[in-house]
Ligand binder design. Structure first.
Ligand SMILES: Cc1ncc(COP(=O)(O)O)c(C=O)c1O
Length: 396
């Protein structure tokens, strides 16, 4: 039989999706599964975006322009200007989700066997994208005890080798909810300048910051224009995950030229979704104010409820809509599977994402899970109650 590639064999499974067959099995048996595992918000997509697709008069669903239409990119530049980021349409390539922007960024700046430093735990699919691009992830550990703050600069510098090409951060962070301070961004800027590296920042959760804290983008930081690459997406911003539209933003012309070649190979982003995304840019500030308020309230409920469980440790998220919880168990993979296969509380159970897959360091995160707070407050309360009872049964 012909064999599959080594690259294919080493592709990691997504810790967010790998337990889906078990949840499907439970649902078939009539069990209600409450999903804490995936960042699929229940927030309504802005009506203007949905209406733009419904009401359009297209007669041929054509390819769109490889880098996205000039009109859409001009409007995106205006969106960034509102966030104190000065860029123009030529600094943007529209992509099929933030996922494709990540793939373009990595493939444009790293060669096979090159290294990228990423604070861990990190968005699990970074492992997948790195494997697909043949590059090595070098993790720098951030700890739950210090609420996942950035490790000291020396920790980064120790890891830099002649093969290091970039540092990748996620701000605000998935899965930790960590929000980088301006000072931390400045520190990272100093490192990338001193060692001539790229700084890639995944800012798909830019709008979701809590406790009055503000997001500071690497594109606001002066002096790293040739180093900074931002990955962005409409998925979470407008609760439009199914649209599959994102973008890559950089002032580095060589990166744009290179990423454009990758973009040409996949032809164009999806046309209907572009129509929706362009209309979504008209979304008024009140929408974000309301959504942010809702997520902050959900975070508060989740943190308060989790804190009532003995032996559970949590990082307090300041942004995005996830948190990492350390549980009083040895193996979160086993526990998450047991919840789906065996545990029921009045016909219900919960699905959580085991956190080991969010680390590159073998053995880390084994007793941690990622919880997404994308459900309403009552469902979250119920879910944590189920988790609490389940832990008692599991530990015995
Ligand atoms: C941190 C982060 N980056 C990128 C993505 C990819 O988003 P999309 O491809 O839907 O834009 C996600 C999705 O959950 C994410 O959490």
């Amino acid at each position: 039989m012909p064999s599959i590639s080594r690259k294919g064999s080493s592709m990691p499974e997504s810790p967010i999706r790998k337990l889906v067959p078990f949840s499907e099995e439970a649902k078939k048996k009539g069990v209600k599964v409450i999903h804490l595992n995936i960042g699929q918000p229940d927030i309504e997509t802005p009506k203007a975006a949905l209406d733009a697709v419904k009401n359009n008069t297209l007669t041929v669903l054509e390819y769109s322009r490889t880098e996205g239409s000039e009109t859409y990119r001009d409007k995106l530049a205006q969106y960034y200007a509102k966030h104190d980021i000065q860029i123009t349409a030529k600094d943007i390539i529209v992509t099929t989700g933030g996922s494709e922007a990540l793939a373009f960024a990595l493939n444009s700046v790293l060669d096979i066997d090159d290294e990228i430093i990423i604070p861990e735990p990190f968005y699990a699919n970074y492992n997948g994208f790195a494997t697909a691009a043949g590059i090595k992830v070098v993790p720098v550990v951030s700890k739950i005890d210090s609420n996942f703050s950035l490790p000291p600069i020396e920790e980064f510098e120790k890891l830099i080798t002649p093969r290091t090409k970039a540092i990748l951060i996620c701000n605000p962070g998935n899965p930790t909810g960590y929000l980088y301070t301006r000072e931390e961004i400045k520190k990272l800027a100093n490192i990338v300048k001193a060692h001539d590296l790229f700084l890639i920042s995944d800012e798909v959760y830019r709008e979701f910051t809590y406790d009055g804290k503000e997001h500071y983008s690497i594109l606001q930081e002066e002096g790293i224009e040739q180093h900074a690459i931002v990955v962005d997406s409409v998925s979470k911003r407008y609760s439009m995950c199914g649209a599959r539209i994102g973008c890559l933003v950089t002032k580095n012309e060589a990166v744009i030229r290179t990423a454009l070649k990758f973009a040409q190979a996949r032809l164009s982003p999806p046309t209907y979704a572009l129509i929706a995304s362009e209309a979504a840019l008209e979304t008024p500030q009140e929408y974000f104010d309301k959504v942010k308020e809702e997520y902050q309230a959900r975070r508060n409920v989740l943190v308060e409820e989790l804190e009532t469980i003995e032996g559970v440790k949590i990082g307090n998220p300041k942004g995005a809509f996830y948190c990492i919880a350390e549980l009083p168990i040895a193996d979160a993979d086993d526990f998450a599977r047991w919840l789906l296969e065996e545990y029921r509380l009045d016909g219900e159970t919960v699905m959580i994402a085991p956190a080991a897959g969010f680390y590159a360091t073998e053995g880390l995160g084994k007793n941690q899970v990622r919880i997404a707070y994308v459900l309403d407050k009552e469902s979250l309360k119920r879910a944590v109650h189920i988790l609490k009872q389940a832990l008692t049964s599991y530990i015995g």
